[in-house]
Ligand binder design. Structure first.
Ligand code: SF4
Length: 108
């Protein structure tokens, strides 16, 4: 039995198509994750500035409770031990775990 060049080409086409179809869900995941990458909140952001947000809580003159930090605030949804995490007050933007703003409320 001889194998024709057209058979090899067809087999190659089928193999490449199957690989491409199998990779499609992952391509969507990669595009989605980069598009959804969280942005760090800047102190100069108008809302952050209005709430006197500081990436270093010890630099916040308005802060009266020395134990108040973003990572023990009720609006902080970051994981314990990580340097930054999302704050629900500022949408999906990341605040520093050791930051602070005037909206601080003790985590319940
Ligand atoms: S609301 Fe809480 S977690 Fe968000 S920036 Fe202010 S102190 Fe940090």
């Amino acid at each position: 039995m001889t194998i024709k060049a057209s058979d090899i080409s067809r087999r190659r086409f089928i193999r490449l198509t199957a690989t491409g179809v199998a990779a499609l869900p992952f391509a969507g995941t990669l595009v989605g994750s980069s598009a959804e990458a969280a942005e760090a909140l800047s102190e100069s952001d108008p809302q952050a500035s209005a709430l006197k947000y500081k990436t270093d809580a010890t630099k916040a003159a308005e802060r009266k409770d020395a134990t108040a930090f973003c990572n023990n605030c009720n609006f902080y949804t970051g994981k314990s031990g990580e340097a930054t995490g999302p704050c629900s007050i500022f949408g999906s933007k990341l605040v520093t775990a050791k930051g602070w703003c005037m909206s601080w409320a003790k985590k319940v």
